[in-house]
Design a protein around this ligand. Structure first.
Ligand code: ADP
Ligand code: ASP
Ligand code: MG
Length: 454
């Protein structure tokens, strides 16, 4: 079959598939749009966090038992509400037993491949349930194991999708199924060439939806979540945040990169490659509309949004070698690259370099980036100081670096706060400040008030 035209891929996040009632609401959204042929689901809210806890070395066997019980309870509550639970009960039972087996295997060997297998179990359950709910409502629907098509490398915890293979596999295994039914599949997970389960990093289901949309040459991706679109800042932080009706790929990518959790930072990449429109809306209030992310938009304001990325690490490197010498930065970056660390922000002086580490789309299992061996290696050619407990606040918009008065409006409200680092000038789309994490919420609210509420 040739791949459908006008196809929409819809993704539902954790709160949208938290329980039976939530899934029911989401099923209506699918049924009301015949163009939606592929549904990508996250694990039910809270399940992935519990699975992550099961993979941690510090979790005791008593705690493991409790976590498995809690996960089972979330899943069986959904099962019990289904009209025909027997259709899927065996599958859910099998997943719950598999979780216990994996927990035991992790005690013997802390294999990253087993951890990913563990983390994938939440999505396995929610996809089976969601397909059952759709069928209950009269739609032809089937669950599909995304590992048949979502080919990645073997970098467990933060696997890299193999775009060409995914397109080929989707054409072969997924596209032929779409003519007669809605396919419900898992976000966040994939498989490497050997068939081992991998994960794309926390929050990766948005990315999965965009990757499948790219592979199937869909025309739209819908990200259904618990907020009615992308706002001028996180509405949980600033109640006066306003929804944005339309935003460009560039601006949305900046927002996602700088911590607007509503979208996984990599989501935009496949959409840009294939010029696929992305919609973000609330599965609770779909009638309210949401945000369209498009290639071209009618309005590109100087100030679009403010975002915050927490849990930032600042590395301060001091070396007299830097003074009137060459090669220090090259050496530093080579060491960081060797340890697979990507640098985010950077400022330099005569003998110091300050840089923050890019934790974007960090490892699914929540492992830190700074290893002892990296610190030792850096210490061989400079003095290293590590500061934690920081947050990066970004003002996002257009022509930021070439518009007079931007700095005044940003810094006038930062007066009571200690700004550890400032980055401005490299990008026309952002101005960033590093502040103490405890002050981040106040900084966001003050900036939002000054830039968007006055
Ligand atoms: P899902 O489970 O559906 O993927 P997430 O929790 O990952 O949902 O993302 C939705 C959350 O993103 C919202 O509840 C909101 O608190 C947060 N968020 C952060 N920044 C923004 C923003 N600028 N606009 C909207 N939501 C935001
Ligand atoms: N369930 C995964 C997580 O919690 C992926 C996602 O929700 O996007 O990170
Ligand atoms: Mg998310």
């Amino acid at each position: 079959m040739s791949i459908a035209n006008g196809l929409t891929v819809a993704k539902f996040g954790g709160t949208s598939v938290a329980d039976y009632d939530a899934m029911h609401r989401c099923a209506d959204i699918i049924i009301n749009n015949p163009a939606t042929k592929v549904v990508v689901v996250s694990a039910s809210s809270g399940v992935t966090n519990k699975l992550v806890a099961l993979t941690q070395a510090t979790t005791t066997s008593e705690q493991s038992k409790l976590l498995i019980k809690q996960i089972a309870s979330i899943q069986y509550q959904i099962l019990d509400r289904l009209g025909h639970p027997s259709e899927v009960a065996a599958k859910i039972d099998a997943v719950i037993s598999h979780i216990s087996v994996l927990a035991e295997r992790l005690v013997l060997s802390r294999s990253k491949a087993v951890m990913d297998e563990m983390l994938s179990q939440g999505e396995m359950c929610s996809s089976v349930f969601f397909a059952a709910v759709l069928r209950e409502k009269g739609a032809a629907a089937a669950a599909f194991d995304v590992r048949q098509v979502m080919r990645t490398d073997s970098h467990h915890g933060r696997a890299e999708p193999q775009i060409e293979s995914i397109a080929q596999l989707a054409e072969e295994h997924l596209a032929p199924l779409l003519s007669s039914q809605v396919i419900v599949t898992q976000g966040f997970i994939g498989a490497d060439e050997e068939g081992a389960t991998t994960t794309l990093g926390r929050g990766g289901s948005d990315y999965s939806a965009a990757l499948l949309a790219e592979a199937l040459r869909a025309t739209a991706v819908e990200i259904w979540t618990d907020v009615a679109g992308i706002y001028t800042t996180d509405p949980r932080l600033a109640p006066n945040a306003k929804p944005i009706a339309e935003i460009s790929f560039n601006e949305a990518a900046e927002m996602a990169t700088f911590g607007a959790k509503v979208l996984h930072p990599a989501t935009i990449l496949p959409a840009v490659r294939q010029k696929i429109q992305v919609f973000v809306g609330s599965s609770w209030t779909p009638e309210q509309g949401g945000t369209w992310i498009r290639h071209q938009v009618s309005d590109e304001p100087v100030y679009r949004a403010v975002a915050v990325r927490r849990d930032q690490t600042l590395l301060n490197l001091h070396s007299l070698q830097m003074l009137h010498a060459q090669g220090f930065l090259a050496q530093t970056f080579a060491t960081l690259a060797k340890h697979k660390i990507s640098v985010d922000l950077i400022t330099t002086s005569e003998v110091n370099v300050a840089l923050t580490l890019d934790k974007t789309g960090s490892d699914s299992s929540g492992h830190g980036l700074l290893s002892e061996s990296l610190l030792q290696e850096l210490s061989q050619h400079c003095r290293v100081r590590v500061e934690d407990g920081l947050a990066l606040v970004a003002v996002i918009g257009n022509r930021i670096a070439s518009t007079a008065g931007v700095c005044r409006r940003v810094f006038e409200v930062l007066e009571p706060h200690n700004v550890r680092m400032i980055c401005q000038g490299a990008s026309p789309h952002n101005l960033c400040v590093l502040v103490e994490e405890a002050q981040a919420a106040d900084v966001i609210r003050a900036l939002h008030e000054n830039l968007f509420e006055s």
